[in-house]
Ligand binder design. Sequence first.
Ligand SMILES: Cc1ncc(COP(=O)(O)O)c(C=O)c1O
Length: 355
Amino acid sequence: MSLVNIVRPELRALKPYAAAAQVEGMVRLNANEMPWPRQGDNFRRTLNRYPEVRPTRLAGMLADRYSCAADELLVTRGTSEGIDLLMRVCCRAGEDSVLVPEPTFSMYRHYANIQGARLIEYTTSRSNNFAIDVDAMIDKCDATTRAIFVCSPNNPTGNLWSHGDLIRLLEARANQSAIIVDEAYIEFANRPSAIELLAGHDNLVVLRTLSKALACAGARCGSLIATAPFIELVSAVQAPYAMATPIVEIIENTLQAENLGETEQFARDIIHERDRLIAAMASFPFVQKTWSSAANFFLVQVRDAAALLAHCTRHQLLLRYFGGDLADCVRITVGSAEENRRLLAAFTELADTQA
Ligand SMILES: Cc1ncc(COP(=O)(O)O)c(C=O)c1O
């Protein structure tokens, strides 16, 4: 990657924090730690010791999962931390800009605002099923555009980017913008990851998470995948010891091949339930449109969103409302078969009262 053009100039020569050395078998009198673990501290690496500055074994396991090299991956506290790090690494406050399609995941806007990066929006149209016109999007960029967010499948619309469009964007913005592909929901889509494009496109950054299909949202673990020199730079910005020992050990365990079958089944069940729920929406007169989705949620346009939300709240069901351009839409997360049964029962009751 031509870091010269993409990374903030003042960070290009940043050296990683110089942490106390951690050498297996040596007595550690260099880190002001307590020499004894507390009773009941059964972690493989007890908690009186700092974790590794970067969790090397976990990074290797995640790299295997995502088919990239270990030095092309940074373990982060969820994708959220990855988004924050990328804003800070790429954008100078008050000078640089970030391009985001609309509607999309609101956290890009949030961290751009915190960093003081200017937001350029490319608005997709619902009448065109939120499809991206990649050339129109490229036209929105200017000389200050350092980062472009691509959420695929997109939250909240559920649609996917084609690799053809992605390659077009990567090539049009080579040496100018980091193209950040957020694949938080890719396990629910029948589509290969953009990671396979990394070899030929050094301005590509892919974000993955264990919060969705791997059922580990509470553990806060994500991956930022890019070329090794870019990862080295982002790593220098991330807090030392970012990943806490209990989380590292829990995630290492989750990623053992023999433990993955359970979550693979969860994902298959969610895909099945998603397709069943989307089909069922057609039977409710107050649902005016249902968009197809490659994620574990889908978006519906409804006659009266406020009435639907109030009705669902009375049935102890929480749906997601965004307002603004989506004021007549609601995003529904696919739940368990029992949760979905309750959703459909509440929808049926509402339809009956309106009949
Ligand atoms: C598109 C997208 N990216 C990232 C995240 C955040 O994921 P994480 O839990 O890994 O921070 C979400 C959460 O809803 C999301 O919708």
